[in-house]
Design a protein around this ligand. Structure first.
Ligand code: NAD
Length: 365
């Protein structure tokens, strides 16, 4: 039997509610596969400030260090907004975690399950049968961290810098991710203008020589942003630098139309990762038991695939989510009121998904 330790950091707002749903699904996975998860809960964000006076207590960091992956909820909320920026839940917990574990690769997918095509702001003709894209974004370099940078009264500048090794390692993640998907990488740059992009393109092509079974094409960032709304179905994996990936992954989230469905992963060279929903703590609906647990459940699924190599379990959860939607179950954020839909709360949605993870009949599509 394989055993994994999971650091479970629910955080604030809807975090603990959707985390409970994700754990239910992981327990269903344990029943199907020869695997055992040890769940090690720890405080983070506002909850940790209230209890320990700091958003990332040493004990929490230790739990993360001693685990095989981190399953993260969301942190923050109005209660802690008066604190100085570095002491606030998001900056004070997520940034140090990223730095501590050198999470240089951020994986965010945008996917539309067929029954939710109506939720996308794009026209039906553009969407076809939907899309399933993974943005692989470089997270620790580029213009967000380049030095020197300066802000004066009458001028300001930032530095966009990439070292070849930084591009190599993120390109590898993109090609390896594509090899577990549909085998295509679109690398995004601005090599008609920027030197960093020239190095980016050249290096991506070099790394590609080790992955010749993967198809590679290049797009300028401006064209990529247009293509994403014109024909999203053409993309499999999009590889981008920190700033371009930041913008494109938000555009992609927007065109899915359902924030509560989107997971993400931040990983390092050892494939150790932090898995969390794209959305935040949703203070407007926190405590009501109505949040959509799918983003947290699929974050757990990504953890199985990218940190534990349990690709089949990932597919099983994905099919269970699709079947639950096909069967008409909806949390409020994805409810259209059409005939055949049933409005459910967080835990009912999660337990319906967990049930279908364990049910072989529900797995046939
Ligand atoms: P948000 O993502 O929390 O909410 C935006 C909208 O999406 C809200 O209407 C919310 O109800 C809805 N939503 C989000 N997730 C949902 C889900 N699972 N089910 C149903 N509806 C969902 O963004 P915000 O309002 O800008 O931020 C709220 C707080 O979350 C802030 O304190 C912010 O700092 C924090 N935040 C944290 C993270 C993180 O922990 N990584 C990320 C983003 C925002």
């Amino acid at each position: 039997m394989r055993r994994f330790k999971i650091a479970v950091l629910p955080g604030d707002g809807i975090g603990p509610e959707v985390m409970e749903g994700a754990i239910l699904v992981l327990k269903a996975v344990e029943k199907v596969y020869d695997v055992e998860f040890q769940y090690r809960y720890a405080d983070v964000g506002g909850a940790a400030i209230d209890r320990w006076g700091t958003p990332l207590p040493d004990e929490t960091l230790m739990v993360c260090e001693e685990s095989d992956a981190i399953l993260f909820g969301s942190v923050g909320g109005p209660k802690w907004e008066h604190l100085p920026p570095d002491k606030q839940p998001e900056r004070g917990a997520l940034l140090p975690l990223r730095k501590h574990f050198d999470f240089f690769a951020n994986l965010r997918y945008g996917k539309i399950y067929e029954p939710l095509i109506w939720a996308s702001p794009l026209k039906k003709e553009v969407l076809g049968s939907g899309f399933d894209i993974m943005v692989v974004r470089e997270l620790t370099g580029g213009i967000y961290f380049g030095k020197p940078r300066e802000l004066k009264d009458d001028f300001a500048y930032d530095t966009m810098i990439y070292h070849k090794w930084e591009i190599e390692r993120i390109a590898k993640v993109a090609f390896e991710t594509a090899s577990k998907r549909r085998g295509k990488v679109t690398s995004v740059d601005k090599s008609n203008v920027l030197y960093t992009s020239l190095l980016w393109r050249r290096t991506v092509e070099e790394v590609h020589r080790n992955y010749m079974d993967i198809e590679l094409n290049h797009l300028y960032i401006d064209n990529a942003a247009m293509q994403l709304v014109k024909n999203p179905g053409q993309f499999d994996v999009i590889l981008a630098s920190n700033m371009f990936g930041d913008i494109l992954s938000d555009e992609m989230a927007m065109i899915t139309g359902s924030l509560g469905m989107l997971p993400s992963a931040s990983i390092n060279e050892e494939r150790f990762g932090l898995y969390e929903p794209v959305g935040g703590t949703a203070p407007d609906i926190a405590g009501k038991g109505i949040a959509n647990p799918v983003a947290q459940i699929m974050s757990a699924a990504m953890m199985l695939k990218y940190s534990f190599d349990m690709d089949e379990a990932y597919d099983r959860i994905d099919r269970a989510v699709a079947k639950t939607l096909d069967d008409g179950l909806r949390t409020r954020d994805i409810y259209s009121g059409k005939e055949g839909e049933k409005l459910v709360g967080t835990m009912e949605m999660a337990s319906e998904i967990a049930k279908r993870v364990g049910d072989n009949n529900a797995q046939v599509r």
